[in-house]
Ligand binder design. Sequence first.
Ligand SMILES: [Zn+2]
Length: 185
Amino acid sequence: MADRNELTDPGPATPDTSDWTWVVTRRCPDCGFDPNEVSPLAVTEVVRDDKRRYAAVLGRADVRARPAAGVWSPLEYSCHVRDVCDVMRGRLEQILAGGGHETVRFANWDQDAAADEGAYWRSDPGVVRGELEAAFDAAAEAFDRPDGDEWNWAGLRSDGSEFTARTLGLYFLHDLTHHLWDVRG
Ligand SMILES: [Zn+2]
């Protein structure tokens, strides 16, 4: 294991400014995730399975290697999905706490600022693995909670994109699937 004091800051990766909300209705040509083939009831099961796959990625020898300039390393992607789990769980909890009476509003989450502030690149893979497993477990439990019409309760992102508990779950699953494709996990 490299001494973290000897690591060099690779600088910020190229920000992803794409609008990915279409992935809740259409198949992703990159990672193959098809929202029409996934039931939101399966979110918990898939999250548990993906947890094991990301944990394996964190044990790889190339975990710190950026595959190309401006592209996150497997370690940086793993830090990202750890945080995605927390953000998506928080948003689902917010929807459920709203009781379906109103469209709740999510706080903005800037994933590139999070990567910078969290210094993803200099994280310890072993520490990240523990944090990631806990975040995946908590998210899996949260998405096991909605029942019946609760899946249709709504939440609004700060950029105006509207989600329901169901489409939030699909969006979340695509993110996990796509980043496994990114890291060949
Ligand atoms: Zn994808």
